[in-house]
Design a protein around this ligand. Structure first.
Ligand code: ATP
Length: 446
């Protein structure tokens, strides 16, 4: 598979131009590794998160959803091992004092490239360990301020609530707790657009099981395949996703076994989308020790008390957005003209249906188009109305944002209440009755 070096630049430019994603606080020069989502990006991200919530949480009888706070006391991160072990190696450039990840050859090479003119002078400091947690202080007085961290992963918010969930919901093992939310990492070298950010969102499942090797192996296998299927459900080609096991020296401090679901990115080859981690009893055991609370589980059937094991699926929301955009971004030719379009699955597309009057200056057409738009919008909220410019340009604009269907109201509509539905990928148009159009799209979206 060939890397397409400038595809990322084209995507960044498209998503900015069309209101998906902007550099964070851009008018003030921006912050490295921080991005803001505009109207269409927010809808796209919402659809991906909704799909996660449906499949991993809402449609299951054995999984609860929750939403923990972003700020957590220092003690949580001492217990989880992050204050000590959540580190990356860094080296400092001796010319400009910029710091770069020592274990990323592409970051080192990229930086060395910026010093081409100072040939021969390039030198790096010894490698140092750098902690990625983002620290803050809470409270007005300097003396009594509480040291806190913006969570470095959303996982710990679930583990610290394990007892609350047991006491309030009385679940039986195995059961899961799913969550979606922001995480913060002071990444040394944020890069590749949404791929490595300092503020990002995660979608996770912590699945608690009985602590035995056989159950552990079976559940791990199950969730690996479940998560992979979920990613395929975002529309990736078979050959663009793979599962890869971590080597022992690659595993995080808590992991008994770890696999990544990787996507073949057009800009940097295979990259992690989601981690499947066998965390064993690491988190609950450590939080029991550090908090003094008993986080064990009592099994009614066997009359045993034990600390469950945890199988985790941990995916990045923004990485999913970036990978979905990379997969969907397509350049082709239609009617002899070059076009760019996003081949998004309808369930993910930020706008499902766009409605146009053929001509803007014909009140009858505009009136009818608004009526059709109004009826459809009640059933399908992600809609757009557009009467700007000629119809060909409007189709192109919708293609660029990945709208699967465009409905056009023309003169024939006024006579026989039919409209045309244009399909994004083929450009083909079909005449349909207005009556039943809402049902037709609802069916197509299913
Ligand atoms: P990497 O090796 O790429 O730094 P990781 O192994 O540290 O990732 P995890 O701690 O397992 O990542 O986090 C789970 C998921 O969160 C990752 O699979 C990824 O999708 C997402 N994620 C992690 N760090 C970032 C980041 N800096 N920016 C965007 N998404 C991230």
């Amino acid at each position: 598979m060939a890397k397409e070096e400038n595809k990322l630049e084209k995507i960044v430019s498209l998503v900015k131009r069309r209101g998906f994603i902007f550099q964070g606080s851009e008018i003030y020069g921006g912050l490295a590794g921080i991005y803001d989502y505009g109207p269409l990006g927010t809808e796209l991200r919402h659809n991906i998160k909704q799909y996660f919530w449906d499949k991993f949480i809402a449609e299951r009888e054995d999984v609860y959803g929750m939403s923990a706070a972003i700020l957590m006391p220092k003690r949580v991160w001492e217990a989880s091992g992050h204050t000590e072990l959540f580190t990356d190696p860094l080296v400092e450039c001796k010319i400009c004092h910029e710091r770069v990840r020592a274990d990323q050859p592409e970051a080192i090479a990229g930086h060395e490239n910026t010093h081409k003119k100072e040939k021969g002078k390039m030198a790096w400091s010894e490698s140092k360990v750098f902690n990625l947690l983002v620290e803050t202080k809470l409270g007005a007085s300097e003396k009594s301020a509480t040291e806190a961290y913006l969570r470095g992963e959303i996982t710990q918010g679930v583990h610290v609530n394990f007892k609350n969930i047991l006491d309030s919901m009385h679940p039986k093992l195995p059961f899961g707790i799913g969550q979606i939310g922001k995480a913060f990492r002071n990444e040394i070298t944020p890069r590749d657009f949404l791929f490595r950010q300092r503020e990002f969102e995660q979608m996770e499942l912590q699945y608690y099981i009985k602590p035995d090797e056989k159950t552990g192996k079976e559940q791990f296998e199950y969730w690996k395949n479940f998560a992979l299927d979920w990613y395929y459900g975002l529309g990736f080609k078979k050959e663009n996703l793979r599962l890869r096991q971590h080597a022992e020296n690659e595993r995080a401090h808590y992991a008994k076994d770890a696999w990544d679901i990787e996507y073949y990115t057009p800009f940097a080859g295979w990259k992690e989308a989601c981690g499947i981690h066998h965390r064993g009893d690491w988190d609950l055991k450590r939080h029991s020790e550090y908090s003094g609370e008993d986080l064990s589980y009592y099994d009614d059937e066997t009359k045993e008390r034990f600390i469950p094991w945890d199988i985790e699926c941990s995916g990045g929301v923004d990485r999913a957005v970036l990978f979905v955009l990379s997969e969907a971004f397509t350049e082709d030719e239609m009617n002899g003209e070059a076009r760019i379009y996003l081949r998004l699955l309808p369930k993910i597309a930020p706008v499902k249906v766009a409605v146009f009057p053929l001509l803007k200056n014909k009140p009858d057409l505009v009136f009818k188009a608004k009526e059709v738009y109004g009826v459809l919008k009640k059933k399908i909220p992600q809609m757009m109305f557009d009467d700007n410019g000629n119809i060909g340009k409007r189709y192109r604009r919708q293609d660029e944002i990945g709208t699967p269907w465009c409905v056009t109201i023309d003169f024939q509509t006024l006579e026989d209440s039919t409209i045309t539905v244009r399909d994004r990928d083929s450009g083909k148009q079909e005449r349909k009755n207005i009556d039943g159009l809402d049902k037709y799209f609802e069916e197509m979206l299913r």
